[in-house]
Design a protein around this ligand. Structure first.
Ligand code: PLP
Length: 762
């Protein structure tokens, strides 16, 4: 705290970006009719001087904002200005984590923020309805190039003492405070946007914490006379949701009692009854914020390809009648803002050897290929410069003469699924590995555990204890108070970046991407981004084989993974690092791997690629959809609402009555036809409003579909459908063949928008 705000990279990127991108983006920018996208997030990791983030989610949000600024994407951020920030960590002699909350003076000039004022020069005050009372909030703004991030805080004179403390800390454990913060973020944030006169085209919910924003938008429409179902369609059309949490336990869930306590005088204002509101997020007897976000958005994405699939699996449990493969979840893999995370020395090299405008074209693979031509000695020098800067800033008793010891970094939140202790699974073996006097290896750890995460804090205590053991002295270090400044030093200055999560719990992970662009080699479980980044040559995969099913025999998986990690260290990583070239004394093969890592990973896992994906695949579509649904007095929205209501009212009558499979496997070449015939009862629903398919599954994977067409009307509302396939690769006899009816509409955002499907089988 107290460091001066420091955004040189943003200013630079912005200036360069302005020239290049305007021409390219102009056509697209005009598609946004109003103010572009608003991006709601409970945390933002913009700069170490602004401690309003706890981990990867916040860093991603911060990097998203910076990339939008660089690329001229019209965007506004909305978050919370936590009065005490995330805690400052001290680790005491015994390894216990101490939580310090230095009192923050919001008005002090040390923060790169400004109080938002109304047109009369008075502080803008937002009124937020929380549990039947009004809580007042002020807003601060942070300027990141062309992008403004607004942050709400309730430390306002007119509030009760308790309400003034509501926004003190990030992720409070007490549910009442937590829901209050989420109401402030979602509902207060929406009111702030309205008060500022911003009319967003797209509302982007970064994780479910902010999903109450959809309540408030429906309420505003309802107050203007728009019926609830129509308002819901309007909101949905322009709202998009990025989910980050691959396990159910990680999702925000509030009890129905708590919901009633906080919303009893608010439900009705949405233009429907209590049950109508609760149904948007109700699951397993509680109110789930992820469910709310899915119900109220037209596009959902996970943050890596693997996480996209894991999310489909997760949502499949909510809607078991829709096969996992059909659950409408896309994947946009996270990236990092290179300007923020790149070491100065590396930047100097890239400036010299890459094209002059590389920093604004980071998403183009050709831009990176000259990395192979950087003289190895220069790349190694630049790395050693970052390594010694890291060693110095943490006062480690190490040197970089002749390269210094191999240093492995492990730094991130101490959440148990990240298995910080995995590398200590066999302490004797690790001691032998680290203690080799010819080829020493050091471990540097850093990270905070959430104040209420006992097991996470226990990890820290255990590492401190281990680092004191004689055999690990001078080999194992822990750096306290992990934050962006520490993260930069580490991802730039270690040799290997280690990550050992329980697969598939690391939705994406981004710290390894920061390491990669700095020429630091990743050694990681094939989870999150690394599952798509690893190419066999650009780092190492810890692959203890056996698909890590969550919770299923975790101990066994840990044993396999740690064994794989030890073998990599002993047989590949350490020998490669210490293998020096005869002439120059360089670890030439190691440096080649660094080059391969930079070239193959930097162009993909950066925020410029990521923000263009969001722009092209998400924002433009949601913007067009939102406009279409709202135009002409909400005509499309009310039509869709009425249509859905009709389908819902009549769906119970839909049946698949009879399925026949006819095959002609006569031996003649090319003839391998399978025909399907089904009798479908649609009742009042018109046959053009449904899609009929024969759907096969051969276990978990490989679903195939054959579309059936109506050929005959049997009776009123009863039709015969037929279709055939010549696909030889499908063995219709071994697979389970079912016939499925789904409601469709050209106005739906995806094929399963109504989450309805009716099935029948042979
Ligand atoms: C990048 C970053 C993270 C995210 O690290 P992961 O290994 O991806 O979880 C967390 N905290 C800080 C301070 C970071 O800079």
């Amino acid at each position: 705290m107290g460091t001066q705000p420091n955004y040189p990279h943003i200013v630079k990127g912005r200036r360069l970006g302005a020239y290049m991108r305007i021409a390219i983006m102009q056509n697209e920018v005009v598609m946004m009719q109003k103010s572009g996208a608003v991006y709601f997030s409970a945390e933002f990791g913009l700069d170490e001087s602004l401690p309003i983030y706890s981990g990867g989610l916040g860093i991603l949000a911060g990097d998203h904002i910076k990339a939008a600024a660089d690329q001229n994407v019209p965007l506004t951020g909305v978050g919370i200005f936590y009065g005490h920030g995330y805690f400052q960590q001290r680790i005491d002699e015994g390894g216990s984590q101490q939580h310090l909350y230095p009192k923050v003076d919001l008005n002090a000039s040390i923060y790169p923020v400004q109080l938002v004022q109304d047109e009369n020069g008075q502080p803008l005050i937002i009124e937020v309805p929380i549990a039947g009372r009004l809580v007042y909030a002020k807003a601060w703004s942070v300027q990141v190039g062309s992008v403004t991030v607004y942050l709400l805080n309730t430390d306002v004179e007119s509030n009760s003492e308790a309400d003034r403390r509501l926004t003190d800390t990030l992720y409070p454990s007490e549910q009442g405070i937590r829901i209050s913060q989420e109401i402030l973020l979602g509902i207060g944030g929406t009111r702030l946007i309205a008060a500022l006169g911003i009319q967003p085209d797209v509302w982007h919910m970064n994780e479910g914490h902010c999903a109450f924003l959809t309540f408030e938008r429906i309420r505003m429409l309802s107050a203007a006379g728009v019926p609830f179902q129509t308002a819901l369609e309007v909101v949905k059309a322009s709202t998009v949701f990025t989910t980050h949490t691959p396990v159910p336990a990680g999702h925000d869930v509030f009890s129905i009692d708590l919901m009633d306590r906080f919303f009893s005088d608010y439900y009705w204002q949405l233009g429907t009854d209590r049950d109508g509101v609760l149904s948007l997020g109700q699951m397993n007897g509680a109110f789930n914020m992820t469910r709310l976000a899915v119900s109220t958005s037209s596009k959902v994405n996970g943050v890596s390809k693997l996480h996209g699939v894991v999310t489909q699996d997760l949502f499949h449990h909510w809607m078991p009648h829709i096969p996992r493969q059909d659950i409408p979840v896309d994947a946009i893999t996270n990236g990092i803002h290179i300007g923020t995370w790149l070491a100065d020395g590396m930047k100097g090299l890239f400036d010299r050897y890459l094209q002059y405008d590389w920093s604004i074209r980071t998403a183009e693979p050709e831009v990176w290929s000259p990395v192979h031509d950087i003289p190895s000695s220069e790349l190694w020098e630049a790395h050693l410069e970052a390594k010694s800067s890291m060693i110095q800033s943490f006062n480690l008793p190490l040197s970089t003469s002749n390269g210094g010891p191999l240093i492995i970094g492990f730094a991130r939140r101490f959440a148990t699924y990240k298995r910080a202790l995995l590398i200590f699974s066999d302490p004797d073996r690790l001691a032998r590995i680290l203690g080799d006097s010819e080829r020493p290896v050091c471990l540097v750890f850093s990270g905070k555990a959430h104040p209420s995460d006992g097991p996470g804090q226990e990890l820290i205590r255990r590492i401190v204890e281990l680092s004191r053991e004689e055999r690990f002295k001078g080999r194992v270090f822990i750096v306290e108070n992990y934050a962006m400044d520490k993260a930069k030093k580490l991802v730039q200055g270690v040799d290997v970046w280690l990550n050992t999560p329980i697969k598939p719990m690391e939705a994406s992970g981004t710290s390894g991407q920061k390491a990669a662009v700095n020429g630091v080699l990743n050694c990681s479980v094939l989870d999150g981004w690394w599952a798509e980044g690893y190419n066999g040559r650009n780092g190492w995969a810890i692959d203890g084989s056996a698909d890590g099913d969550v919770g299923v025999n975790g101990e066994h998986q840990a044993k396999l993974d740690s064994e794989a990690l030890y073998r990599l260290l002993e047989e590949e990583i350490i020998p490669l690092y210490y293998k020096r070239d005869e002439d120059q004394g360089l670890p030439a093969d190691w440096v080649n791997k660094m080059k391969e890592s930079i070239c193959s990973l930097a162009p993909l896992f950066n925020t410029h690629r990521m923000i263009s994906d969001y722009w092209n695949k998400v924002y433009l579509k949601a913007s067009a959809r939102g406009q279409r649904f709202a135009s002409d007095g909400f005509e499309v929205a009310s039509r869709v609402a009425a249509y859905k209501q009709f389908i819902r009212n009549n769906w119970s009558g839909v049946r698949v009555r009879k399925v026949d499979i006819l095959a002609d496997h006569s031996g003649r070449i090319g003839l391998h036809k399978t025909a399907f015939r089904a009798e479908i009862v649609l009742g009042a629903i018109w046959l053009r409003d449904v899609r009929i398919e024969a759907v096969g599954s051969d276990g978990r994977q490989g679903i195939w579909k054959v579309k059936l067409e109506p050929v005959q009307q049997e009776a009123k509302g009863v039709y015969i459908y037929e279709g055939s396939s010549f696909d030889r690769s499908i063995n219709f006899w071994k697979a389970n063949v079912n016939v499925r009816v789904t409601p469709i509409s050209p106005d739906f955002a995806n094929d399963f928008e109504m989450e309805l499907a009716s099935w029948g089988f042979q």
